[in-house]
Design a protein around this ligand. Structure first.
Ligand SMILES: Nc1ncnc2c1ncn2[C@@H]1O[C@H](COP(=O)(O)OP(=O)(O)O)[C@@H](O)[C@H]1O
Ligand SMILES: Nc1ccn([C@H]2C[C@H](O)[C@@H](COP(=O)(O)OP(=O)(O)O)O2)c(=O)n1
Length: 664
């Protein structure tokens, strides 16, 4: 089994672009297929659960074109699927099997629906009961009440109101609501129990309205559809970012100090899970709401724990899992209430959560629909950006994830206790967020930033420190050199900012085993020539070029950590770096090093000319308006004039040991 070792995490800050919402993506894809006309859907989530929907619709003969990875053009079939008989694989995607079962039951075809073994343990009886009341012929081919299912063609009768339970999953109601307009008849649904997870039903009603179908609702008990309503394509739609996925990063903003901003959801989101931000506020987070972002940071910078909570979380069952892990950091017993739906999700989440939290040392009590978590006294930690005593937390615990993406994602937050955590089968996040760990690393993986002038030894020292720690290494200067080389080769003037920036943004660069490639061309030596060095220094003054390279540099921040060298690593690219070193040496010492380097390579070298060039480059790097070379206030200086390489490495390692003791 694959495992991922997360390093101890201490701080989190930065910005995360969220993947598209799963709930919205799958509803929009289905409604577009059921509509008349063509719909273009942008920002669709690319993950297992949406792939299940796309594959099923494709198999049903719906006309679909991928414009790019995240954009689909769907030619609606008005509910008349061109393929009238099919076997459809539903994986473990509840947001696919429930609505498709209802839509297919009303479509007049013959279909078989099955999924992974866990899907065959997840109840669907309430929906089937609802469908049978209107004459649908849906049969269980395994155990009664559970998939797999077989659906036969019938004539639908909507004379009586449909009586439906709403206390196991709100998806049964969403599924019926989305399917009923296919009948063209008037319909009434009466909910016979409490309706859980109501905000998800609101998403359904909202999206149906965008496709032209209005549902009248009397409280959460009665839903009325007038006759003759048909879905019509609204043209172009955009999927919001996933609010459940946002919860991990917002929680990281609290546990790791923040601020952490998630982009793609905001104050006008139609997803109920944005309410998680209010829950987090009650734990001590400071939240800022924007049109298209939410930002979280710890309210206080003093050493304190997060506040214990007792919350009814029925409205945010998915994001609530994130709160369960936050409870490890609380100042007392925390209670999560009204979360019975956890029992029928990807796994029995109440049992799974309790088992894994106990491994970390928490005392956990469970009930049918609740969970109480008391951090063991040893776990009552101060919020970590302010110095958690990591010796008190169980370290290197291996967390089982039960093929449940949310178990993997929420338990990653336990690393903010300042201990390493092992995530078993981390790949299960592919269900809704394949890039989750990369995104978490970009805001939280430890960074050691080494800045300084040319030939101070940055590259040599940074790569050796990275090797000692097992960290990744970013030679940011190489990106400027590659940009200059690409421009020289393409005949683009080095001061033509827009064109050089375009080259920088699309740089087909690869770093492999110490070699550097532009496309398939090994340019390791070519970027070190004097021409490329002078060119790099010229393109580095262009603001557009620096902006174009920013995201690329930040993407190097991966687990277990990064050593980055350059001119602005600590000031601009990684301002939250845990360790910042300014490496320097006298101009004479640096010129002498370059001289030796050239002689060793067998190149001609002239000491006075080298010194002159180096001073000119220092001047240009220091005087430019964009990210000039300077020592940050929070950087420690290491002057290597009188040090050899080993001494310089030791000097930097001594700083690392003090600032990042658990890395060494
Ligand atoms: N402390 C040092 N003492 C002597 N030579 C050094 C030292 N640090 C680096 N060098 C040598 O100086 C040259 C330039 O070092 P490099 O790491 O490329 O500097 P930078 O990345 O700062 O431009 C290399 O040949 C390297 O071996
Ligand atoms: N983060 C960075 C890294 C390099 N640069 C500029 C500074 C130099 O002129 C070029 C090449 O950088 P590099 O570190 O490879 O150069 P030296 O080895 O220090 O001579 O790019 C920058 O502006 N910002």
């Amino acid at each position: 089994m694959d495992t991922l070792v997360l390093p101890p995490l201490h701080t989190a800050s930065g910005c995360v672009r969220l993947p598209g919402s799963k709930s919205i993506s799958n509803r929009m894809l289905l409604l577009a297929a059921l509509a008349e006309g063509t719909t273009e859907i942008h920002d669709v989530l690319v993950a297992d659960d949406t792939q299940v929907m796309l594959s099923a619709l494709q198999k049903l003969g719906v006309g679909m074109t991928a414009i790019d990875d995240h954009t689909w053009r769907i030619k609606g079939c008005g509910g008349d699927f061109p393929v009238a008989e099919a076997d459809l694989f539903m994986g473990n995607a509840g947001t696919v099997i429930r609505p498709l079962t209802a839509a297919l039951a009303l479509s007049g075809g013959h279909y078989r629906l099955s999924g992974v073994p866990r899907m065959h343990e997840r109840p669907i009886g309430d929906l089937v009961d609802g469908l049978r009341q209107i004459g649908a012929d849906v049969r269980y081919t395994g155990e009664a009440g559970f998939p797999p299912l077989e659906i036969f063609p019938v004539t639908i009768q909507l004379a009586q109101p449909i009586r439906l339970r709403g206390d196991v999953s709100s998806q049964f109601l969403s599924a019926l609501l989305m399917a009923l307009p296919l009948s063209g008849q008037a319909a009434v649904i009466e909910i016979t129990t409490e309706l859980i997870s109501q905000p998800y039903v609101e998403i359904t009603l909202n999206l149906m309205a965008r496709f032209g179908v209005k549902v009248q609702r009397e409280g959460w008990q009665r839903f009325i559809l007038l006759a003759g309503q048909r879905y019509r394509s609204p043209g172009v739609l955009h999927v919001e970012g996933d609010a459940s996925s946002a919860s991990y990063f917002l929680a990281a903003g609290l546990l790791g100090g923040g601020p952490v901003r998630v982009e793609g959801v905001g104050k006008n989101s139609i997803q109920g899970d944005v309410q998680f931000a209010y829950a987090l506020e009650s734990l001590g987070a400071h939240i800022v709401w924007g049109e298209n972002f939410i930002e979280a940071k710890a309210e206080s910078s003093a050493a304190e724990k997060i506040k214990a909570f007792d919350l009814d979380l029925n409205h945010i069952p998915d994001a609530a899992m994130t709160l369960a892990v936050c409870a490890l950091f609380a100042d007392g017993r925390c209670v999560l209430r009204n979360i019975g739906s956890w029992r029928v999700k990807e796994t029995d989440r109440i049992t799974a959560m309790a088992t894994e939290l106990r491994k970390l040392g928490a005392v956990v009590e469970t009930g049918g629909d609740w969970l109480a978590i008391s951090p063991a006294p040893a776990l009552c930690l101060p919020c970590t950006p302010f110095g958690a005593p990591s010796g008190t937390f169980r370290r290197n615990v291996a967390i089982d994830t039960y093929d449940d993406h949310r178990m993997a994602m929420c338990f990653s937050l336990a690393a903010f206790a300042g201990v390493s955590i092992i995530i078993n089968d981390p790949g299960c996040v592919r269900k809704t967020f394949p890039g989750y760990f990369a995104a978490l690393a970009e805001i939280s993986a430890p960074v050691i930033a080494l800045d300084g002038p040319s030939a101070s030894g940055k590259g040599t020292v940074a790569s050796m420190v990275a090797a000692q720690l097992g960290y990744h290494y970013l030679d940011s200067g190489a990106l400027y050199r590659l940009t200059a080389l690409a421009a020289l080769r393409a005949g683009v003037a080095l001061d033509d900012a827009p064109r050089v920036a375009a080259l920088a943004a699309a740089l087909p660069a690869r770093f492999e085993n110490g070699r550097v490639f532009l496309n398939e061309d090994d340019v390791t030596d070519a970027i070190r020539t004097e021409e490329a060095s002078a060119g790099a220094s010229r393109v580095a003054v262009l603001a557009d070029v620096r902006a174009a390279l920013l995201a690329r540099q930040r993407a190097w921040r991966r687990f277990p950590g990064l050593v980055a060298d350059g001119r602005d690593m600590g000031s601009v690219v990684f301002p939250s770096a845990t360790v910042k070193v300014f490496l320097t040496a006298s101009a004479e010492a640096r010129a002498e090093r370059r001289y030796k380097q050239l002689i060793e390579k067998g190149s001609a070298a002239n000491m006075p000319a080298l010194l002159h060039d180096l001073q000119a480059r220092d001047e240009r790097d220091a005087q430019r308006s964009e990210a000039p070379l300077r020592q940050c206030e929070d950087a420690l200086q290491v002057d290597t004039t009188l040090m050899d390489i080993a001494e310089a490495v030791n000097a930097v390692m001594a700083i690392v040991e003090e600032k990042l003791p658990d890395a060494v």
